[in-house]
Design a protein around this ligand. Structure first.
Ligand SMILES: Nc1nc2c(ncn2[C@@H]2O[C@H](COP(=O)(O)OP(=O)(O)OP(=O)(O)O)[C@@H](O)[C@H]2O)c(=O)[nH]1
Ligand SMILES: [Mg+2]
Length: 623
């Protein structure tokens, strides 16, 4: 993307609108995305800082007046400079607190979206982290009215302990910071500075409680925190021409600080994930944006679970279609009639590939609904193809027999066989046709059956020739008739054998298909369990840190509460869920396996069962 585009427009009436152009661009991004959003008060150098992160002097538009400049949320997708195969998505948000706008509700939505969409959230402010700066972050303490985790919270209260699992890393960027980083005469780091600003106060007065509430929320919701301070990049009037100035004109300390900030953000920002640990690609990111904004527009509070479910259903449907199209395209490339072995081999390969394609793309497929639908669709398509292959085999065998027996047919019409010794001649020619037919390759799965029908249809013809053959005695004629019956019975045996072998192969292949499904399901289960464990492990680590800080500051009760959350997380991680799921996968694979016996009817035809009337016709057929 050469330039940033508007992702979410902020309409004059305060409503939000997702821009189609941006969604279109995201649809083309199949890579996982690392999303860095910057939010904060208006006119604090947010857009400028993001351009630094993009490694460009221009990009996100800066304003040089006192008027708020960026409107809505802008997006810039760039190849990630540090991680091959990843896309860096930078989100520039409209400045908060613009008095002209006077709409704090709209501000709250912008902030909530920045939280929901990013994997790293940079909060930008100017001066120092003082009480005023903290108060500007009141959106954090109001977040539970703007973001829900679950569609239905049990007791009507949002369980905000869950936020920390899914919220982004939090970075506080303090601009125009000109003070010395010292506390009580001791040099401290930027992170110490932030943590000291977030320290709780003891006491039970309203002032103390107000003081603590934002700090508690910040610490609890954003367990991974970092602080960067920046001196002013230039002094005086040059500030308004910042984007045109070369690096050499900037304060060296600012340059060093900006480099440190960019290094950290690019190195530490994670791929955006959603509950369950599913990595988000550009395409999925687009559907998240759409789902959140649509919910806000409808007057409701965006809910993570709902958005992820909506995103999963879109993606699973697409995964199903993609996998089926792959299977059908590959199977459609087969030349019919094909021998069964060739068909089975192709089905085996393409079914496994289709499954893999589906597994790679699908996620949160509750009840394996989409997986089942895929298997059903493959089964239907496979059944159709087996039927087409039989029809093609029948057509080509019939055409072949017609060609091979054309000369014999003419001789019959010309009365060549209606003379003494004609029957012997007739038999010789017919046997030659059978021999030539058997020698011809690529006849497909119905060769013996069509040959049986051919021979049966020739029986009355043979009897006519036999009856008029004056050279043969009545006893010889009886013997010839018996021989013919025996030959027909032998041919019927061959047909039955042909069918038996084919059914056996189909059934054997069912076991192969089953094993393939088990293998792939198990791999998926292991991957999903690992994602969930990683998600829990990350949360555990930060909760432990927080607990230690609370103990050090003497807040035993809070540390105890954290202890309960920590115990739950530990249990979640060590749970044998993985094994349970593996067992479930095995059971499930059975229901997902194609039952090939459904393809094999009484008469051995390999396609979906016929209607009742058709079935009657068939069973009524006698040779
Ligand atoms: N004092 C100061 N000014 C800066 C800094 N960085 C950028 N500016 C200037 O501040 C003005 C606003 O910068 P932007 O990056 O547009 O600020 P913003 O926060 O995106 O503003 P809004 O989009 O209106 O919210 C521009 O003239 C910049 O050149 C900084 O670190 N300190
Ligand atoms: Mg801006």
């Amino acid at each position: 993307m050469e330039q940033p585009v508007c992702l979410i427009a902020n309409l004059a009436d305060g409503g939000l609108e997702v821009m189609e152009e941006a969604l279109e661009a995201l649809r083309g991004v199949d890579e996982p995305v690392v999303v860095v959003a910057v939010a904060g008060l208006y006119r604090t150098g947010k857009s400028y800082l993001l351009n630094q992160l993009a490694g460009r002097r221009t990009g996100f538009s800066l304003g040089s007046t006192i008027q708020s400049h960026t409107k809505g949320i802008w997006m810039w997708c760039l190849p990630h400079p540090r991680r091959a195969g990843h896309t860096l998505v930078l989100l520039d948000t409209e400045g908060l607190g613009d008095v002209d706008k006077g709409d704090t509700k709209n501000d709250a939505w912008i902030f909530a979206l920045a939280v929901l969409l990013s994997s790293t959230l940079v909060y930008n402010s100017k001066g120092t982290i003082d009480q005023y700066a903290m108060e500007q972050l009141h959106f954090v303490s109001e977040i539970s009215t703007h973001i829900r985790m679950k569609a239905q919270a049990g007791d009507g209260f949002e369980d905000d302990t869950q936020y920390s699992r899914f919220f982004p890393k939090f970075i506080w960027a303090v601009r125009d910071f000109t003070l010395e980083l010292k506390l009580n005469g001791q040099a401290v780091t930027e992170d110490d500075y932030l943590e000291s600003a977030l320290a709780r106060r003891k006491g039970f007065t309203k002032e103390v409680s107000d003081y603590n509430v934002i700090r508690d929320c910040l610490r609890n919701y954003f367990p991974t925190r970092k602080c960067f301070v920046f001196v002013p990049p230039v002094v005086g009037e040059k500030m308004s021409q910042l984007s045109t100035l070369p690096d050499s004109a900037l304060h060296p300390q600012f340059l060093a600080q900006a480099t440190g900030f960019c290094e950290y953000v690019l190195r530490e920002s994670q791929v955006k994930t959603v509950p369950g640990g599913q990595p988000v690609t550009g395409r999925l990111f687009g559907s998240l944006v759409r789902s959140y904004v649509d919910t806000i527009r409808s007057g409701q509070v965006p809910c993570l679970d709902n958005a992820v479910a909506a995103m999963a259903s879109i993606e699973n449907e697409a995964a199903l279609r993609e996998a089926l199209a792959h299977y059908e395209a590959r199977m459609g490339g087969l030349r019919l009639p094909a021998e069964l072995a060739e068909l089975l081999a192709a089905h085996g390969t393409h079914e496994a590939d289709a499954l893999q394609l589906f597994m790679q793309r699908s996620f949160k497929d509750e009840g394996y609904t989409y997986h089942k639908r895929l298997m059903e669709a493959i089964k239907e398509s496979y059944g159709r193809l087996l039927g087409q292959n039989e029809a093609a085999s029948k057509d080509s065998c019939r055409a072949l027999l017609e060609t091979l027996s054309a000369a014999m047919q003419k001789q019959f019409r010309d009365g060549v066989y209606s003379q003494p010794g004609g029957y012997e001649l007739y038999l010789r020619d017919r046997n030659q046709v059978v021999e030539d037919f058997r020698k011809t390759p690529n006849k497909g799965v119905k060769a013996e059956e069509v040959l049986e029908q051919f021979l049966a249809s020739k029986r009355s013809e043979a009897e006519t020739v036999l009856n008029v053959d004056k050279k043969m005695t009545e006893a010889e004629k009886d013997l010839a008739t018996q021989k013919q019956t025996a030959e027909l019975l032998e041919q019927q045996r061959k047909v039955a054998e042909e069918k038996r072998l084919q059914t056996e192969r189909l059934m054997k292949d069912q076991e192969r298909s089953h094993q393939e499904i088990v293998k792939q399901l198990e791999a998926k289960v292991v991957e999903e369990a690992a994602n969930a464990r990683q998600e829990a492990a990350r949360t555990l680590e930060s909760k432990l840190k927080e607990q230690e800080a609370m103990l050090q500051q003497g807040f035993k009760e809070m540390a105890q509460m954290l202890g309960e959350e920590i115990a739950d997380l530990r249990k979640e991680i060590t749970d044998s869920k993985g094994q349970e799921l593996l067992n479930m996968a095995k059971v499930l694979a059975k229901t997902l396996t194609i039952a090939y016996d459904a393809f094999v009817r009484d008469d051995g035809d390999a396609h979906p069962p016929p209607s009742r009337s058709q079935a009657g016709e068939r069973t009524g057929r006698r040779v």
